[in-house]
Design a protein around this ligand. Structure first.
Ligand SMILES: Nc1ncnc2c1ncn2[C@@H]1O[C@H](COP(=O)(O)OP(=O)(O)OP(=O)(O)O)[C@@H](O)[C@H]1O
Ligand SMILES: [Mg+2]
Length: 229
């Protein structure tokens, strides 16, 4: 299972914000895309999902070309996407939010129990409105909801943003436990977290991939310098 992005560029109106970005997101390893504010990380996720004007060579899910297909087609091809921020339905309960994840895969099946083991707060607040959860709890709900749909490719945009350390650890544990079943792309700025979970990293600067490599061999001082500026 893999998502292969080849030389894509993206524009908002007149401005090109991504240039020739190529990424391999492969099952069996956690792939991270890092970069400072405004580097183009979210735009990369939006380009993969079809949410921004994109040109380039290809975006493939296994052998299927999705570059010029509409958003729903990409979702149907198995990409699960948790956007930056709190992407839940505030007026629906936790349970209803999770059931929407089932809708994404024909409404069949059950909410898997392991999600309540890793995110026990969701079980506690099953009947509470999503909008009444804390920001961190909403993030856990957003991740759980997309996992309910059993995606083949999982894209999380800044899952640790505004989240306390113990929950960040839980999220890291879930990601690692899923990497043999799902091709995972994590978009992050929190370097310590990235160095803990990533097997392979891409570094975006001004819309281009400037550095890439296995986490173990990357120059940590250079990464720190790029991210700290
Ligand atoms: N809808 C938009 N219209 C015009 N320009 C945009 C739009 N969204 C983002 N941009 C610009 O594109 C560039 C990349 O933005 P993007 O959101 O991809 O950055 P990011 O790496 O996700 O940053 P952050 O870490 O702050 O989330 C920025 O210069 C931003 O101002
Ligand atoms: Mg962003």
């Amino acid at each position: 299972m893999m998502l292969k992005v080849s030389k894509i560029s993206a524009t908002y109106g007149e401005g090109t914000v991504l240039r020739d970005v190529s990424l391999d997101v492969i099952k069996g390893r956690v792939t991270c895309l890092i970069g400072r504010n405004g580097a183009g990380k979210t735009t990369t996720a939006k380009a993969i999902m079809g949410l921004v004007a994109t040109s380039g060579t290809s975006i493939k899910i296994d052998d299927k070309e999705v570059l010029n297909t509409p958003i729903y087609e990409r979702a149907r091809s198995g990409i699960g996407y948790v956007p930056q921020g709190r992407d839940i339905f505030p007026e629906l309960t936790v349970k209803e939010n999770l059931l929407l994840g089932l809708e994404a895969k024909n409404g069949k099946g059950l909410i898997p129990d392991y999600l309540f083991d890793v995110f026990p707060i969701l079980k506690t607040f099953l009947n509470r409105k999503g909008g009444d959860l804390s920001g961190g709890q909403q993030q856990q709900l957003a991740i759980a909801r997309v996992l309910v749909s059993e995606p083949k490719v999982l894209i999380l945009d800044e899952p640790t943003e505004g989240i306390q350390p113990s929950i960040i650890k839980d999220i890291g544990r879930v990601i690692k436990s899923l990497k043999d079943d799902i091709a995972i792309l994590i978009i992050e700025q929190y370097l310590e977290f990235v160095l803990d979970i990533a097997d392979y990293c891409y570094v975006l600067e001004n819309g281009r991939i400037e550095i890439e490599g296995e986490t173990g061999v990357l120059d940590k001082d250079r990464l720190q310098a790029i991210m700290a500026l």
